[in-house]
Design a protein around this ligand. Structure first.
Ligand SMILES: CC(C)(COP(=O)(O)OP(=O)(O)OC[C@H]1O[C@@H](n2cnc3c(N)ncnc32)[C@H](O)[C@@H]1OP(=O)(O)O)[C@@H](O)C(=O)NCCC(=O)NCCS
Length: 388
């Protein structure tokens, strides 16, 4: 199979943009990607586009990938919307990599876009809920914050994880987001404020939740041969793995782990011939603070049950031995569903090339980074390992 590189990456600002259409948001990311390619960028070389999207903020527009592809100047290509809930972008990236590996196309666009703030809060929650189990959980009235609250309750019960540990994730990610000019929330918070925020679904409060966000991202994926014409410093897709899981939490053998993460990570580590010890920084799926704690454990950064101690000891801080969510994560950077996976790739592309906009967020001299993108409450997971 052919080696696969990323040679350009772009992202729109994340936030609430009532005046921008879904096409305009995608164009913003595409233009940013094009300007990041060192030389010879030519849209005519792009043979395919895979676009992560859950459903245009609940409006369920059809033929979305054709719509955004032609708008950026790419009519007449193989284009396809990838829908795997919040992991849509991670799967768009994996699909682009498979396409190039197999030799079907040499240059491929992987991206994602979502516009979530055009619908009311209650419609948004209803719409997001379709990514979980709709026959039992949904009928019992669960929302995603409710489902992750159950996982948090169980983790606290079994391992003594504390309320403070959840809030430490929020404090860390808001601190990083404050240094990210494209983040939705560019403001720090304190442990006291994070712990005292209004309750959403016990034990998760407002600062344990990601927000609803408009945004888009795009990365240019290509073969090693094609990469030579674009840049001298490609970022390699060293490995990727994906896994599904039982959708309903009550069908799973365990409720203190996401088995999909473990299996996807295992596959990515194998393909890259690497293990958790080789990962120098990571962008993980912190849709809720408990999800980031679970990710430390399920990706093998620490043992099961020890995530609380892991963050207490400062390992995932910028300046720690393995920074996690230097971008601000979903918590502060924002979570425009379909864009999140390729948005993580955008951050890692710049981190590994040493080209992050604001120096305070730049992790120095890192060579290997991991992306972790989860759909719903773990029904789909994509893990990607990138290297310099
Ligand atoms: C967390 C959540 C319930 C908040 O919704 P809401 O109460 O309607 O929030 P609003 O948009 O009205 O914002 C109210 C205030 O809280 C702030 N805010 C909103 N979400 C926030 C968040 N996640 N963290 C911190 N502050 C937040 C807003 O900036 C606003 O502040 P202001 O009054 O100073 O302007 C909602 O964003 C949510 O459901 N998030 C989860 C989305 C989700 O499930 N995604 C899929 C994951 S699997």
């Amino acid at each position: 199979m052919r080696k696969v590189a990323i040679v350009g990456a772009g992202q729109s600002r994340y936030g609430e943009f009532p005046d921008k259409s879904i096409k305009e948001l995608f164009f913003e990311a595409y233009r940013d990607m094009a300007s990041s390619v060192d030389r010879n960028f030519d849209p005519k070389r792009i043979g395919a586009a895979y676009v992560g999207n859950l459903g245009c903020g609940g409006f369920q527009l059809g033929n979305l990938s054709a719509l955004v592809s032609e708008f950026v100047g790419l009519p007449y290509i193989h284009t396809m919307r990838i829908e795997n809930a919040c992991a849509s972008g991670g799967y768009a990236l994996a699909t682009a990599a498979m396409d190039v590996m197999a030799g079907v196309h040499d240059v491929v666009l992987a991206g994602g876009v979502e516009k979530m703030t055009d619908v009311s809060g209650s419609k948004g929650k209803y719409w997001l809920g379709v990514s979980g189990d709709t026959e039992y959980e949904r009928l019992a009235g669960t929302t995603f914050s409710g489902l992750y609250a159950l996982l948090a309750q169980r983790h606290m019960h079994e391992f003594g994880t504390k309320r403070e540990h959840l809030s430490m994730v929020a404090v860390k990610n808001h601190k990083n987001g404050a240094l990210n000019p494209k983040a939705q929330f560019q403001r720090e918070t304190t442990l006291e404020k994070a712990m005292a925020a209004p309750m959403v679904a016990a034990p998760l409060n407002l600062f344990d939740c990601c927000s609803t966000t408009d945004g888009a991202s795009a990365v240019l994926v290509c073969s090693a041969e094609a990469a030579k014409s674009f840049t001298d410093t490609p970022i390699w897709i060293e490995g990727f793995g994906t896994s599904s899981d039982y959708l309903a939490i009550h069908d799973r053998a365990e409720t203190v782990a996401l088995e999909g993460t473990r299996r996807a990570a295992d596959r990515a580590y194998k393909m890259a011939s690497k293990g958790p010890q080789d990962i120098e920084l990571a962008e993980v799926h912190d849709c809720f603070t408990i999800a980031e704690l679970l990710a430390y454990e399920d990706l093998g950064f620490c043992k099961k049950g020890e995530a609380g101690r892991y963050i207490e000891e400062g390992h995932p801080e910028i300046g720690g031995d393995r920074p996690v969510n230097a971008s601000g994560g979903l918590k502060a950077k924002g979570h425009p569903i379909g864009s999140t996976g390729t948005g993580q790739a955008y951050e890692m592309f710049h981190q590994l090339r040493g080209s992050v906009e604001k120096p305070g967020r730049q992790v120095k001299d890192a060579e290997v980074g991991l992306l972790h993108n989860v759909g719903g409450s773990g029904g789909t997971v994509a893990v990607t390992i990138l290297g310099r």
